[in-house]
Design a protein around this ligand. Structure first.
Ligand code: ADE
Ligand code: ZN
Length: 341
């Protein structure tokens, strides 16, 4: 029997009702095959799939790059402001069903501007849906602009220039896409500029890349959070540093499984992270591609690692503590978790 519960079913119900924040979600990675088909038709965009089943069958990846190739192709159906609204509204409805009370979501503007879609079209559609989600579900949100690390720092600088008129709606910048061969050091100057503009800083590091990339994200980019961070565990001094500094890791279990970062959820390092005192959180990354939204991610690790009630409460608390909400907002959500638990 799981520690603190009468049964697995009771633990599943506890997860479902637990108030939580999601801190690692690529909005383009929430594009479900059904919506992909609808938008392809609406916009007369050709896609290389005959059916929704065909799309799902193509979602078998052996590494990050395998996935990214399909992910960039999939986002080609997103063309108009309404498309970005529909995409974001669908994710917010799904997150609300998982009792997610606050979201900090990534978007990849370079994946759109490179196809001739204006930055303004993208951000206006996304933020209109976020505003509606707040009115409808009382779900709060922050938006994080990610730079694609396989492109140059000059291209990231140009993207930050395009973002300047919209800084009121952007909480931070991040770094995603192909990690190996594109170390954080490549983006040191643009991150310093984003910091000077008052933006929060996050970066994917240690997903496929070595612990050295996590160190660079801390020392050169001066990030406020590490996205993934799995490979930090290979370096005990780094683990001690992350624990002592209270650095948040936005961990994505089903993503790690689908991208072959782990062979089996039972081999996932999440429990090891918690036991080492790391501020780990559970997130869905690209839920349409990886087979589950946030509760499915909690459920997978809870079952495979036999997580206790205390572990689950810690994960939910970490999701708010590690967010970019104000101290008063964090206190409000932490009190709600305590009342629930
Ligand atoms: N872009 C979307 N999902 C990603 C991931 N898991 N890692 C790096 N870049 C991404
Ligand atoms: Zn990610």
């Amino acid at each position: 029997m799981p520690d603190g519960f009468a049964s697995r079913e009771e633990r599943a119900a506890f997860i479902a009702g637990l108030p939580k924040a999601e801190l690692h979600l690529h909005i383009e990675g929430s594009l479900e095959p059904e919506l992909m088909f609808e938008l392809a038709q609406r916009n007369q965009v050709a896609i290389p799939f005959a059916s929704v089943e065909d799309v799902r069958a193509a979602y078998a990846f052996s590494n990050l790059q395998d996935f990214l190739d399909i992910y960039y192709q999939g986002m080609g159906v997103l063309q108009t402001e309404q498309d970005f609204y529909d995409l974001t509204a669908a994710y917010c409805a799904r997150a609300n069903a998982d009792n997610v009370r606050h979201i900090e979501i990534f978007f990849d503007p370079q994946g759109h501007t490179a196809r001739g879609v204006a930055f303004e079209t993208v951000i206006t559609g996304i933020t209109r849906a976020l505003d509606d989600a707040e009115a409808r579900y009382a779900m709060t949100s922050k938006l994080i602009l990610c730079f694609l690390r396989h492109l140059s720092e000059a291209e990231a600088e140009a993207t930050l220039d395009e973002a300047l008129p919209f800084l009121g709606r952007i909480a931070g910048v991040g770094l995603d896409s192909s990690e190996l061969g594109h170390p954080p050091a490549k983006f040191e100057r643009v991150f310093a500029r984003a910091h000077a503009l008052g933006l929060k800083l996050v970066a994917h590091a240690g997903e496929e890349g070595p612990p050295e990339y996590v160190r660079e994200a801390l020392d050169l980019l001066k990030v406020d959070r590490i996205d993934h961070g799995n490979r930090s565990l290979e370096d005990p001094a780094l683990v001690a540093r992350l624990a002592t500094s209270g650095m948040t890791l936005t961990v994505c279990p089903l993503s790690n499984l689908k991208l072959c970062v782990i062979d089996d959820v039972a081999a996932h390092p999440l429990k090891t992270m918690l036991d080492a005192g790391l501020r780990a959180t559970v997130n869905s990354d690209d839920p349409s591609y990886f087979g589950g939204y946030v509760n499915a991610n909690y459920q997978a690790v809870a079952d495979a690692l036999d997580l206790s009630r205390d572990d689950l409460v810690t994960l939910a608390r970490n999701s708010f503590t590690g967010s970019f909400l104000s101290d008063a907002e964090k206190a409000h959500h932490l009190a709600a978790i305590d009342a629930y638990a």
